[in-house]
Write a protein that binds this ligand. Structure first.
Ligand code: PAF
Length: 283
């Protein structure tokens, strides 16, 4: 596997691969790779000649410095995991903060037509400006034909689609299904930090989403919102931050359903200081 750490190297290598008529897929990550990431890479490898995987813990998207400090980093382990992929046409880009931001760690401000103000945007101020800043830089550097993002961060996926449209970037954005542990818990690098007890209890998140989906066919939105807050009310391990039912395109929360609109339920939960998010398509 080829590994590059500077922007100059990666752009040169990609230039050569493109000149040889190869298509380039891109899977941006913050490392601490898990099976969920590998499914994105497998999908990318099936549809592109080469796949660039970036491993970069982006400082501008963390509103909480402790979360940034504690974010798991283990490049050797990530490399070993990447080597388990059957197709070896992976190019690893693991830049330093300086390689991406030069000497100034600055965040660009974006207007994502309101998508950035819902859910995560309310609880993680500035988060999507940080994501937009780094994803735009990476897409401009790599210029991939296709870039792959997991639906676990569905709001991020919609925001990146908006970014690409608004900035007229020539990359097709592909959303990939959530990969789950056998308990139903959505795979996340943050799961590494959960105790066994917290991890067992965290299965309740997906269980609640699945029941909410069943209820969505017959019950009102308000009834479902009330029911979910009761599910978590006396839970001593998981603390509910938000549960909303929203229009999948605008991400605006709703109270009344309309025909011909796709809805999704979104949830954020804390286990101590570890924040877990998940979502499910409702119709
Ligand atoms: O989803 C992530 O891991 C990050 O937000 C991303 C897209 C790699 C940008 O840093």
């Amino acid at each position: 596997m080829e590994v590059y750490i500077t922007s100059r190297e990666i752009t040169q290598v990609i230039k050569i691969k493109k000149a040889e008529n190869n298509s380039i897929g891109f899977v941006p990550t913050m490392g601490a790779l898990h099976k969920g990431h590998l499914t994105l890479m497998e999908e990318a490898l099936r549809n592109n000649d080469y796949v660039v995987v970036s491993v970069f813990v982006n400082p501008t998207q963390f509103n909480n410095p402790e979360d940034l400090n504690k974010y798991p980093r283990n490049l050797d382990r990530d490399i070993s995991l990447l080597k388990t992929l059957s197709n070896s046409n992976i190019i690893l880009f693991a830049p330093t903060v300086k390689a991406i931001y030069n000497d100034k760690i600055e965040t660009e401000s974006f207007d994502f037509d309101g998508l950035e103000h819902e859910m995560e945007g309310k609880f993680r101020v500035g988060h999507f400006d940080g994501v937009g800043t780094v994803v735009k830089r990476l897409l401009q550097l790599i210029e991939p034909n296709k870039a792959y993002f997991g639906e676990k961060d569905f709001q991020q996926l919609q925001i990146i689609r908006k970014l690409v449209k608004k900035r007229q970037l020539a990359t097709q954005i592909i959303g990939c299904q959530i990969y789950r542990e056998s308990s139903g818990l959505a795979m996340s690098s943050r799961n590494e930090r959960l105790s066994d007890l917290q991890k067992n209890e965290a299965a309740l998140i997906y269980k609640t989403l699945k029941t909410a989906k069943l209820k969505f066919g017959t019950e009102s939105v308000t009834t479902i919102l009330d029911w979910v807050s009761k599910v978590f009310l006396n839970n001593t391990i998981l603390k509910l931050e938000y549960f909303v039912i929203s229009d999948e395109d605008t991400l605006k929360p709703i109270k009344i359903k309309s025909n011909n609109i796709k809805y999704r339920a979104f949830i954020a939960v804390y286990a101590d200081e570890i924040r877990l998010i998940d979502n499910i398509a409702l119709n």
